[in-house]
Design a binder for this molecule. Structure first.
Ligand code: G3P
Length: 217
């Protein structure tokens, strides 16, 4: 499973990128707002830093305007994936930009049927939002599972990009179901390294090591 980092904070991206834990980046209007940066500038900076796809989202609502914004964003770098919402206009935009050879990430997906439409519109990535489905007492992971089945049934190339990841369990379940990519905040990716028994074991080793009075360096 590829790891995309869901942030527009360049320092956090750099840390994971240097460690080989960043196969791409996703941003959205809320993350751009949080970063306090200009969308064109920060997207250019991120796209120069990472070699994988960097999603930058359009904000227009009509297809014609979305297409124009998407073309502008796509010009920033070769590794830009234009992010469009899963609306009828977003699907039209996906169809046009994909035909032009631009990677398109269709976002705000909450059902398997929406994902089927995105695949038929030529999306490179479909972004089902797990956490937001859980928020309304539905199971976001079920939707990932349904999309996996449908895409495999018909051999769609569209990659399932599990988004709105809120916990390390979400990450593990997505990997087990077979999501192609997950995009998670940096802190969730780092939390995947934690285990209480690792901490406990390390503590015991350090105490015993101190008793030896030895040094390695
Ligand atoms: O990738 C989508 C993500 O940024 C949304 O996450 O936690 O706001 O639902 P969240």
């Amino acid at each position: 499973m590829k790891f995309f980092v869901d942030t527009a904070e360049v320092d956090a991206i750099a840390e994971l990128n240097d460690l080989g834990m960043c196969d791409g980046v996703t941003t959205n209007p809320s993350l751009i707002m949080k970063s306090g940066r200009d969308i064109l500038e920060v997207t250019k900076e991120i796209a120069a830093m990472v070699s994988g796809p960097v999603s930058a989202e359009v904000v227009a609502l009509k297809a014609e305007d979305m297409i124009a914004e998407g073309r502008k964003l796509a010009k920033i770098a070769d590794n830009i994936a234009v992010k469009v919402p899963l609306t009828w206009d977003g699907l039209k935009t996906c169809n046009v930009l994909s035909a032009e050879g631009t990677m398109v990430n269709v976002t705000l997906c909450f059902s398997a049927n929406q994902a089927l439409l995105a695949a038929k519109a030529g999306a490179t990535f479909i972004s089902p939002f797990i956490g937001r489905l859980d928020d309304i007492n539905l199971d976001g992971l079920d939707v990932i599972d349904e999309i996996r089945t449908i895409y495999d049934n018909y051999g769609f190339d569209t990659q399932i990009l599990a988004a709105s990841i809120r916990s390390v369990n979400h990450a593990k379940e997505c990997a087990m179901i077979g999501a192609d990519v997950m995009t998670a905040p940096p802190e969730i990716i780092k939390k995947m390294a934690n285990h209480v028994l690792t901490d406990k074991g390390l503590d015991a080793f350090m105490k015993d090591w101190a008793k030896t009075g030895q040094k390695i360096l």
